[in-house]
Design a protein around this ligand. Structure first.
Ligand code: GDD
Ligand code: MN
Length: 391
């Protein structure tokens, strides 16, 4: 039966439709408002930080490895190419009982490159990256500690110097890179996400600090790391949580635009990879919220908003979808129109990317109920270097 126009318009007053519209409005409106606010108000503001490229403290670079035989060599070569003075750098590779010969590969590399000071720690049992990092901390002697994943590529030879230059200002406690994806297939989805994401990271950093850090390049003042007791072992997000703790102490924890990292994306198990990382971020925000009352004012809002965006906002989307489907079943014409509009929007890449991210977060929340993924399943990353561009 075809409904008359007035009947269809009458649907507007259906409480169900109003609920769907409200949920959709909040779900999309809140993050978009935050994004545009940050972009227009903060993105182009000066940093208010006294950066100095000639500031060269002693740096300890920690690389945690678990079955990285295919990537560790190029990672170490990448480090040697950095223009930071060699005598001010020490590298600590902490391997957790890899079964693919990673530590042999490291030893072999050291024999060929004796000029770089490198310590290899071999753990006999794998407990997870966070435990390995804490283990490595006991060996560091530098004033600044750099964490970098074996599968991370720094975009240029001055990435390290650029990242360190911010520590010239005593207010800076932690620095991370902006992430640029590399790799086949899912690249376009990742790209859309990163654009939005990097604007938010950078603008939050300019305003005060960002509560999301990247293990591809996460730099900390050693004394601050020590004062917070190292990395947390009950959650997986070592990088973000540690940076947040430092921001809570009144130091700036920033993502900077003069240090870019290229992130390799797994060739298989992409969804599992995204879900696990989402799980770790959720664990981080739940734990960090306990301290929000202690946060410096500028950071309090950033932390609350990001926690909302990761913990609550994702749920509004599946809830509105379920309500919408119920409306369709009930024969409310305008819900059908909304559903069709939503499906058409899926043709628009940024929309797809957003929806995917929300679903990963929702699934991750549920998955956190039975596993924390502290020692996670390794996903194989692409090795081809030809896709890399220099920035
Ligand atoms: N020593 C040690 N022990 N290293 C480990 C272990 C472990 O049990 N598990 C993983 N690693 C190492 C990997 O070899 C790699 O160098 C680095 O930790 C990151 O692991 P990936 O498997 O590449 O993780 P990812 O890139 O997907 O994870 C991202 O999110 C994590 C939190 O979910 C990165 O940003 C990580 O830095 C972050 O911790
Ligand atoms: Mn990685």
């Amino acid at each position: 039966m075809i409904k008359g126009v007035s009947e269809v318009l009458g649907d507007i007053y259906s409480p169900l439709l109003l609920i769907v519209l409200a949920l959709i409005l909040i779900h999309f409106g809140f993050p978009l408002t935050y994004y545009y606010y940050l972009k227009s108000r903060w993105l182009n503001k000066p940093w208010g930080i006294k950066r100095d490229l000639s500031y060269k403290p002693k740096v300890s670079i920690i690389i945690p490895t678990y079955n990285e035989v295919n990537l560790i060599e190029s990672k170490l070569n990448d480090l040697v190419r950095q223009d930071y003075p060699r005598d001010l750098v020490e590298v600590i590779v902490v391997d957790s009982a890899s079964t693919d010969g990673t530590s042999e590969k490291v030893r072999e590399w050291v024999r060929r490159n004796p000029e770089l000071k490198l310590v290899l720690i071999e753990e006999s049992v794998r407990r997870g990256k966070v435990y390995a990092l804490n283990n490595a901390l006991r060996y560091v002697s530098g004033d600044i500690v750099v964490i970098t994943d074996a599968d991370a590529i720094w975009s240029s030879s001055n990435t390290l110097s650029n990242a360190i230059s911010w520590f010239n200002d005593p207010i800076v406690g932690a620095v991370t890179c902006l992430k640029v994806p590399a790799n086949e297939g899912l690249m376009s989805v990742e790209e859309g996400y990163r654009e939005f994401y990097n604007v938010v990271r950078l603008a939050e950093s300019k305003k005060y600090s960002t509560p999301i850090f990247h293990g591809e390049l996460a730099v900390f003042r050693r004394n601050l790391l020590e004062s917070i007791g190292g990395f947390p072992t009950d959650i997986g997000a070592d990088d973000s949580y540690t940076a947040t703790k430092i921001a809570l102490m009144g130091y700036r924890a920033i993502a900077v635009d003069n240090a870019l990292c290229v992130e390799r994306i797994p060739r298989r198990e992409y969804h599992m990879w995204r879900i696990r990382r989402a799980q770790h971020l959720i664990q981080h925000f739940i734990k960090a919220l306990r301290y929000v009352h202690k946060a410096p004012k500028e950071f309090r809002y950033i932390l609350l908003i990001e926690a909302y965006l990761h913990l609550i906002n994702p749920w509004l989307f599946p809830t509105s979808l379920a309500t919408l489907l119920y409306g369709v079943m009930k024969g409310i014409t305008l819900t059908v129109v909304l559903l069709v509009l939503g499906l058409l929007l899926l043709l628009y890449k940024p929309f797809r990317t957003w929806i995917a991210t929300q679903l990963y977060l929702a699934i991750a929340t549920v998955r956190n109920l039975w596993t924390k993924e502290i020692a996670w399943r390794k996903q194989e990353k692409g090795y081809g270097l030809s896709i890399l561009i220099s920035f």
